[in-house]
Design a protein around this ligand. Structure first.
Ligand SMILES: [Cu+2]
Length: 209
């Protein structure tokens, strides 16, 4: 990253902080000191979530190591990606979150309480936003969350490896954090249809009161 663009980024970040600060002041009537009070009220409006069940971490796809895999300097060979949720079942409390750490080209989709894998209509498919074959599950029934379409994400590397069009020119490895306010058992699937159907790439989030 050049010095100039880094400086611009820092400037933008500082601007964002300023805007957020102004937002607090404006909401509270712009009086000095009132901003602090507003922040305290804000905390009280949300139930604090802490303890062992506050959050869970799920690896959403993994890079293989047997045989050894060398991703340096910047390789993401999709045929060396493991299509699993690990662990495939987690328990959190209502109001808590699941931190999905995504490795590889996947899309998180979460379905409402009691949805089972066989309830998903895998004939409803859409192509990735960047184009190509319809490979992404688009069954909206009881869907409460759909994550990013990886095909729209920024370049991971230039040039990508292997070369286009096989390689997805996108940033596959990322994090998505999903909040679960209500108790229930939620189905989490990978939206890439062959990952879900052929590899059984799904799991469950149990949310206790
Ligand atoms: Cu997947």
């Amino acid at each position: 990253m050049s010095k100039t663009s880094r400086r611009n980024l820092l400037k933008a970040a500082a601007g964002g902080g300023l805007a957020a600060g102004l937002g607090v002041a404006l909401k509270s009537g712009a009086a000095p000191g009132a901003a602090t009070q507003s922040l305290q009220e804000h905390d009280h409006r949300h139930r604090r979530v802490s303890g062992l069940l506050a959050s869970a971490t799920v690896s959403f796809g993994q890079w293989a190591t047997d045989p050894p895999l060398d991703r340096s300097p910047n390789r993401s060979p999709l045929n060396r990606n493991v299509h699993q949720l690990i662990p495939d079942e987690v328990t959190i409390q209502a109001g808590g979150s699941v931190n999905f750490i995504i490795a590889g080209a996947h899309q998180i989709i979460v379905y409402g309480h009691r949805t089972q894998p066989e309830d998903i209509d895998t004939s409803q498919l859409v192509p990735p936003a960047a184009g190509g074959a319809p490979i992404l599950i688009d069954d909206p029934k009881n869907r409460i969350y759909r994550g990013l379409d990886f095909s729209t994400l920024p370049l991971l590397s230039i040039p990508p490896d292997p070369p286009a069009p096989l390689t997805p020119p996108f940033l596959m490895d990322r994090v998505e954090v999903v909040n679960f306010p209500k108790p229930g058992t939620y189905l989490v699937i990978c939206g890439v249809v062959f990952h879900f159907v052929n590899d059984g790439m799904y799991g469950f989030v149990r949310v206790v009161p």
